[in-house]
Design a protein around this ligand. Structure first.
Ligand SMILES: NC(=O)C1=CN([C@@H]2O[C@H](COP(=O)(O)OP(=O)(O)OC[C@H]3O[C@@H](n4cnc5c(N)ncnc54)[C@H](OP(=O)(O)O)[C@@H]3O)[C@@H](O)[C@H]2O)C=CC1
Ligand SMILES: CC(=O)N[C@@H](CCC(=O)OP(=O)(O)O)C(=O)O
Length: 348
């Protein structure tokens, strides 16, 4: 059987590591090239001994022509500001590109400039890229050649809020997102923010009012609502390696109890194997999705405060990044959405 060939750019980063781990179980794809801008010519197992025996050959440097000749799919697991320069070099070829960074997520170039502080990607690439929130944009993704994989907070938040927006359950002007994540969300590069002694036994708010995921969430909620949506989002760093949890609040716009909310959400995600709606009275935690591609959602309609409370949990590196990237690859290639992704969460 012909296996599709994949390349991963950003070889020594956490997103790449997770792609390598997950693709070992994929029956249709083999990893042909790992590209590293800092360790070209080195074997990945020298940095990550746990990968010894899983990969052949050393890491290489990015070269568009040889990638086009040798691979079918390229995953960009690079920091913002990189893929927007590389993807245009692959234009007009048959290679599928899946970008894990924020370079192609914002439709308006001025928004990227404002929130990322960088020059935006060429307009034609922005126009061609399809947003890879797999459950919501599956039909568009089936035809996509460039996929812009969502951010981790947007994945948890949008999956949690979309049914409420679609069914007009909450007032769009009242949305508050309280987000929490572990340190692997910041990538492998060391920084004072993720330093052990400053993270351990500590909970820290960060990027209040200036998080780059705010415009991404607003863009897609606005599309669904048919008018601009403005959210309040706070993000917190927790002393854990993996996991992301958003607790979201919206003022109820209709008479609704918890049981009814759960019914609406369960029906909305009926065909989606990775979104699990919790039964009444139970709420997800990060450990219950760790290492898996699940997004678990719990709901509570508070008749005392007239608020809908939505709790959404993912593994930031899996459903929040590499797992969803593979799910998007499956959709783009006409494979079953959960192919190679049926990992049971690692618990405890
Ligand atoms: N970590 C997470 O939970 C999530 C991450 N993302 C996004 O996915 C992308 C990858 O994240 P993550 O793997 O965590 O980040 P890391 O910082 O761990 O890895 C990124 C890798 O990209 C490569 N790189 C760095 N600078 C450059 C450059 N100038 N040119 C080319 N390559 C470069 C490096 O690998 P090498 O030197 O080997 O090339 C680096 O290790 C980022 O855009 C991130 O924002 C999205 C959702 C969740
Ligand atoms: C802890 C931490 O710093 N998390 C990162 C996660 C964002 C991310 O992974 O990047 P993208 O914008 O490409 O999605 C943050 O909050 O910015």
């Amino acid at each position: 059987m012909y296996l599709k060939h994949a390349a991963i750019i950003g070889g020594t980063g956490y997103g790449a590591l997770e792609l390598i781990r997950l693709l070992q179980n994929h029956p249709e794809v083999t990893i042909k090239k790992i590209i590293s801008h800092s360790q070209e010519g080195e074997y990945l197992e020298n940095t990550y001994p746990h990968l010894a025996s899983f990969l052949e050959g050393p890491m290489e440097t990015f070269e568009a022509e040889s990638l086009v000749n040798d691979v079918d799919i390229i995953f960009f697991a690079t920091p913002p500001g990189v893929s927007k320069n590389y993807i245009p070099q692959l234009a007009g070829t048959s290679v599928q590109c899946i970008d894990l960074s924020g370079d192609l997520r914002l439709e308006k170039p001025e928004n990227y400039e404002k929130w990322y502080g960088k020059t935006p990607a060429p307009q034609e690439i922005l126009d061609e890229a399809v947003y890879g929130l797999s459950e919501i944009y599956e039909s568009e993704l089936k035809k996509a050649k460039i996929c812009s994989n969502p951010g981790c907070y947007p994945t948890a938040s949008l999956l949690g809020l979309m049914p409420a927006i679609t069914h007009k359950l909450i007032d769009n002007e009242s949305i508050i997102i309280d987000g929490k994540t572990g340190v692997s969300g910041a990538g492998r590069t060391m920084s004072p923010m993720t330093h052990f002694s400053e993270t351990n036994e500590n909970v820290k708010p960060y990027k209040i009012g200036r998080h780059q995921h705010i415009p991404e969430i607003e863009q897609y909620l606005g599309k669904e609502a048919g008018k601009p949506v403005c959210i309040n989002m706070t993000t917190h760093l927790l002393p854990m390696t993996r996991g992301l949890l958003c607790t979201m609040y919206g003022k109820l716009a209709t008479q609704l109890n918890t049981k009814e909310a759960i019914e609406i959400y369960s029906e909305y995600y009926e065909a989606d194997p990775f979104v699990r709606i919790r039964p009444e009275g139970t709420f997800p935690s990060t450990k219950e999705v760790s290492g898996s591609n699940f997004c678990d959602i719990g709901l509570y309609a508070d008749d005392r405060t007239n608020q809908l409370v939505i709790v959404s949990a993912i593994d930031n590196l899996v459903k929040g990044a590499s797992g969803q990237a593979i799910q998007n690859m499956n959709i783009m290639n006409g494979w079953q959405t959960d192919k190679g992704l049926k990992q049971v969460p690692v618990y405890p």
